[in-house]
Design a protein around this ligand. Structure first.
Ligand SMILES: Cc1cc2nc3c(=O)[nH]c(=O)nc-3n(C[C@H](O)[C@H](O)[C@H](O)COP(=O)(O)O)c2cc1C
Length: 417
């Protein structure tokens, strides 16, 4: 019986343990978590979601305070078009976040950064250009393009000296999305170094509609493998979404994938950025507690715990400080939903907004508990302590369980109580 460790992910002449820990914004997949994956010979992701805020919290900068001060005059104005990111400051924050992580890297693995296109930041093209190039400047090993079709993203980096040596990959959820991406980028003469195929059981935003349950990761992977073979394209495929045990991973490696990307199992690792209280919520969740809804202003369905504080919360939009989801014209679906409720309930102090959420503020405060479908199985991966709480894990324990387990077994940690 094979285990993940019998396989290797190859980039050029280098080999890695074929386990990627997926990017989880906002700072849920911390540097510490990514660094552990790299130390153990795999690939870790940090995320650049809300990077200015992440930098302030980690490095004592004051990017958010400065921006808030600059745009304070606009707080009661529902037109957010003026609230622009300073591109120089954005680059600084990105270089700090990525650079400090790279400086701390030890071991044979790699550190990638997850860059979501849906973070349109009131200037989609320019802000994405800055994020991508600043990450390359800071020496990141690779960039995973996510949450979007990224038709123009390679072109935004094409003049960077590291464009052809950094590992660049994209997350897709269908063969069609990959075909279009390859067609749009054909003239750059640079294929992606890897393609992550994310199925409908993943955490965060889904690349499917509300009919997500009709899709299956194995089927999509088989379609993409067949397409790559027919086109004679040799691009490593990484399967993601609902891979809960080492044996699940092996089933994809045996089917022809070069690696797997996993995240949910790591949300209850100590190195994960979620507050401990929230980690306990994840572990305690039952299958019925995990829902997919449309409250994300991005328009993509998002999976989360039913008791997520962000659901129904009618806070004032925080775009002067954050504004990561403002589109090219300064709009966000939450602003419209919030205004509608304010107009409908003029005397109400506590506004309730059910259909959308202020995702920046709630993700930043760890109040939007996005999670993978199998979060309800996390309780099978650890011990319940006498006080009713669950023991948290080390990232190393989870990583090695994926790497070495067989027979769908899940190794429990040594008891710490
Ligand atoms: C808490 C959480 C947050 C996530 N945030 C992001 C994100 O910001 N960007 C992204 O591309 N994927 C995100 N994902 C998806 C993961 O990177 C990964 O591809 C997927 O969850 C793998 O499936 P699994 O969680 O079942 O192992 C997130 C997943 C989780 C569990």
């Amino acid at each position: 019986m094979k285990r993940v460790d019998d396989f290797r992910l190859r980039f050029g002449n280098n080999e890695y343990v074929p386990i990627m820990v997926g990017g989880m914004g906002v700072d849920i997949s911390t540097s510490e978590l990514a660094l552990e994956a790299a130390r153990l010979g795999g690939i870790g992701h940090i995320s650049d979601a809300m990077v200015e805020d992440v930098s302030d919290r980690r490095f004592d900068t004051s990017f958010v305070k400065e921006k808030t001060k600059l745009y304070k005059f606009n707080i009661n104005n529902m037109d957010k078009a003026v609230v622009q990111f300073d591109l120089g400051r954005l680059a600084e924050a990105q270089r700090l976040h990525v650079g400090r992580t790279m400086e701390a890297k030890q071991g044979p693995g790699l550190i990638f950064v997850n860059c979501m296109e849906k973070l349109t930041m009131n200037g989609p093209k320019e802000t994405l250009r800055v994020r991508l190039n600043a990450a390359l400047d800071a020496g990141v090993d690779g960039i995973t393009l996510s949450a979007g079709l990224h038709f123009g993203s390679f072109a935004l980096m094409a003049d960077h000296p590291r464009f052809r040596d950094a590992k660049l990959g994209i997350i897709v959820s269908s063969v069609r999305a990959l075909q279009i991406f390859l067609r749009k980028n054909a003239k750059l003469d640079r294929l992606p170094d890897y393609v992550i195929v994310e199925g409908p059981l993943a955490g965060g935003h889904l690349g499917f509609g509300m009919d997500w349950a009709e899709y299956d990761l194995h089927t999509i992977v088989a379609e993409i493998l067949a397409y790559l073979k027919a086109e004679q394209l040799d691009i490593p495929l990484i399967a993601a979404g609902g891979i809960f045990t080492g044996s699940d991973a092996v089933s994809f490696l045996e089917a022809g994938c070069a690696g797997v990307q996993v995240a949910t199992r790591f949300t209850i690792a100590r190195e994960c950025g979620l507050p401990d209280k929230v980690k306990q919520e994840y572990i305690k969740a039952t299958e019925d507690d995990i829902i997919v809804n449309g409250i994300s202003p991005t328009g993509y369905p998002m999976r989360m715990l039913k008791n997520t504080p962000a659901i129904g919360s009618g806070i004032r939009p925080g775009c002067e400080s954050y504004g990561y989801l403002l589109d090219a014209t300064g709009n966000c679906a939450y602003i419209n939903a919030y205004n509608r409720e304010v107009v409908a309930h003029p005397d109400e102090k506590n506004i309730v907004v059910m259909d959308k959420t202020c995702l920046c503020t709630h993700m930043r405060n760890f109040n939007c508990w996005t999670c993978g479908h199998y979060t309800y199985r996390l309780k099978d991966t650890t011990h319940k302590m006498p006080n009713g709480e669950y023991q948290l894990l080390s990232a190393e324990h989870v990583f090695k369980d994926y790497q070495f387990s067989v027979n769908n077994a899940i190794a429990l940690p040594e008891k710490e109580f």
